[in-house]
Design a protein around this ligand. Structure first.
Ligand code: PLP
Length: 356
């Protein structure tokens, strides 16, 4: 039986149609400034987000870090939720590359509100870091794939502006948020100075992200991308995959969201695990569950499930994540749920027998 890989929506393989689009793409040298397919992608992303310009990057991490590098100076402070990707999964790059501290904010599901931000922003004082940037992650990964309601995002952005802070949106899964909430990418981007988006998550492209924003900032980001070794040559091969993904794989994210809801429903009530309630206000393509005491911890649990043909990822000592995507069908989800339930029941029996 084919393994079902629910570790992340990054695991998708390019479809045949995507591979054909990659092979057909006209190519140039992007560092020398004549890569037609990369330029077409950058124009398309800027258009979708309603910004002056956009820059193709090798990863979402680089897109976020270029934004931070452009907005901030050494000694500045960034405000972001404590569960953010930039806090947990970007190798302390805000400190390493841009010399910034992150002031971690609290709030349910990876979201925070304007009063929380207002209460955290420091006042001018010789002792204090200089407040400079707010980062909102939409959807919020560790928060459960949570979608920012547009009004809340607008309120936070307005609170940032009151104090002259810049606003960056980590939109690695902005496409999921838009499909789930029914708002347009440019409606979100209108509240931000810069937005990063990924093509290699739910959209199913093999590699690539983008940073969108005002033309002068993007020109500086292009220079910093080169500095960090992210200047690419015939990257139109990859940009073609991203263009194909934007044209064909956005609306279908609704299927991934339906599959995640189905998985949550099918796992609900299994003895030994507690499925997180769907994130408020809207669920997307992620399901989180917690292993009850008595059950193995998340890492050995996931290793055991891998032997049963279902790949999950540990997101904490007892927390496990499953992500739906282009390469899993509704049937796969039903089979994965049955496999997880059977494995959990088996582990509970083994643990009960061992303790007798
Ligand atoms: C995946 C992800 C990124 C970027 O990750 P890369 O692996 O560097 O492309 C950024 N932010 C969030 C919220 C993500 O989930």
């Amino acid at each position: 039986m084919r393994a079902i890989d629910l570790r992340s929506d990054t695991v998708t393989r390019p479809t045949d149609a995507m591979r054909a689009a990659m092979m057909a793409a006209p190519l140039g040298d992007d560092v020398l400034g004549d890569e037609p397919t990369v330029q077409a992608l950058e124009a398309k992303v800027a258009e979708l987000l309603g910004t002056e310009a956009a820059l193709f990057t090798p990863s979402g991490t680089m897109a976020n870090q270029l934004a931070i590098r452009c907005h901030c100076q050494h000694g500045d402070e960034i405000y972001a939720h404590r569960d953010s990707h930039i806090v947990h999964y970007e190798t302390a790059a805000p400190a390493a590359i841009s010399g910034c501290a992150i002031n971690p904010l609290d709030g349910p599901g990876g979201l925070f509100d304007a009063p929380t931000l207002r209460g955290a922003i420091r006042h001018a004082d010789i002792h204090a870091p200089a407040p400079r940037l707010v980062v909102m992650e939409n959807t919020h990964n560790r928060g459960g794939g949570t979608v920012w309601p547009l009004a809340q995002l607008a309120d936070v952005a307005a609170a940032a502006r009151e104090r002259s802070l810049a606003v960056h949106i980590d939109g690695a899964r902005l496409w999921n948020a838009c499909v789930a909430a029914g708002y347009a990418p440019r409606e979100v981007a209108a509240h931000a100075d810069t937005v990063s988006v990924c093509f290699s998550k739910g959209l199913g492209a093999p590699v690539g992200s983008a940073l969108a924003g005002p033309a002068p900032l993007i020109a500086r980001a292009r220079r910093f991308r080169k500095m960090l070794g992210g200047g690419m040559r015939q990257s139109g091969l990859l940009a073609a995959a991203a263009i194909h993904a934007l044209d064909h794989h956005v609306a279908r994210l609704a299927d991934d969201h339906a599959n995640a809801s189905l998985l949550a429903r099918l796992l609900h009530g299994a003895e030994g695990i507690d499925v997180d309630p769907p994130p408020q206000p809207i669920a997307t393509n992620m399901v989180f569950f917690t292993l009850r005491s008595g059950m193995p911890e998340a890492r050995p649990f996931c290793e055991a499930l891998t032997r049963h043909g279902v790949h999950l990822i540990a997101m904490g000592t007892r927390r496990v994540r499953a992500v739906t995507h282009l390469d899993v069908t509704r049937d796969d989800i039903e089979r994965a749920a049955a496999t997880i339930r059977d494995a959990v029941a088996l582990m509970r029996r083994e643990i009960a027998e061992a303790s007798r």
